[in-house]
Design a protein around this ligand. Structure first.
Ligand SMILES: C[S@@+](CC[C@H](N)C(=O)[O-])C[C@H]1O[C@@H](n2cnc3c(N)ncnc32)[C@H](O)[C@@H]1O
Length: 250
């Protein structure tokens, strides 16, 4: 399980998160869904850019097990409007329900077994209002995106506001038996040679397996998207994005 992943737990690595992951079409899409919602639960909220924005118009709870990610979230402009909780999406029990529950940035892929995935989906079911909606993204294994996470294809230079030029790259090993990609993330400060790295794991799950787990958790999908622009989910779409709610009992 990816708890204790230095990529999210170690401040030396977390300082690069927002440089590489900023506001994009996923956050735009979720902001559209949140319009009209009175309450949002952001599971695996990370550094909290989306949660802080949504909290301008509704009540937002952001949950993440990584204290270092939450420290960035708390300190960001608008961070004081969000209720940040250090917690695990698999066993979170707040005794509260929400109009919208999100996992963005492929946070769902940190769950490495069907049991952990089901536990997270059950948490969603237990925290959704009767007419509430959930959405998350998981990369489509058919596209084999992990093949790009090798040094030759991933190497880039980014600029850190304090450290200056930083060389960044990944490396990866993929296990087709489990769908788990074990990947390395590297940052090397060009001026000093200082090197930070982490080894992390995420799971790629086929759509039919995701669909079965979602329904086992008492949820149903009203629409599958294949990207965050709202495109259809096809066999070769990059993303598997289910939008749904609680199974309505007749
Ligand atoms: C790729 S980041 C995504 C962060 C954010 N949602 C975004 O869109 O930028 C994945 C996040 O999942 C969190 N995470 C890891 N294990 C988790 C768990 N068991 N429950 C909830 N979040 C978890 C990590 O700490 C990390 O902040």
């Amino acid at each position: 399980m990816s708890r204790d992943d230095p990529l999210y737990e170690d401040g030396n690595l977390v300082q690069f998160y927002d440089l590489e992951n900023g506001w994009g079409p996923d956050f735009d899409f979720c902001a559209g869904l949140a319009a009209g919602a009175r309450s949002v639960l952001d599971l695996g909220c990370g550094t909290g850019e989306l949660a802080a924005k949504l909290a301008e118009t509704c009540e937002v709870v952001g949950v993440d097990p990584a204290a270092a990610m939450l420290a960035v979230a708390r300190a960001r402009p608008g961070g004081d409007r969000v209720e940040w909780l250090e917690g695990d999406a698999r066993d979170l029990r707040l005794d509260r329900r929400f109009d919208l529950i999100l996992l963005t940035g492929h946070a769902f892929q940190v769950f490495l077994t069907p049991e952990d995935q089901l536990a997270a989906l059950r948490t969603i079911a237990l925290h959704l209002n009767p007419r509430g909606r959930f959405i998350f993204d998981s990369r489509n294994p058919a596209v084999e995106e992990w093949r790009e996470w090798v040094p030759e294809e991933s190497r880039e230079e980014i600029t850190h506001p304090k450290l200056g030029a930083v060389e960044a790259w990944n490396d990866v090993a993929y296990d087709p038996a489990t769908g788990i990609a074990t990947y390395e993330t590297h940052y090397r400060v060009v001026s000093t040679g200082q090197h930070f790295s982490a080894t992390s794991q995420i799971r790629f799950t086929p759509k039919d397996e995701l669909e079965a787990l979602i329904s086992e958790a008492g949820l149903h999908v009203t629409q599958w998207y294949g990207d965050w622009q709202g495109g259809p989910c096809t066999a070769d779409s990059k993303e598997l994005i289910p939008l749904g709610g609680l199974v309505q009992l007749a």
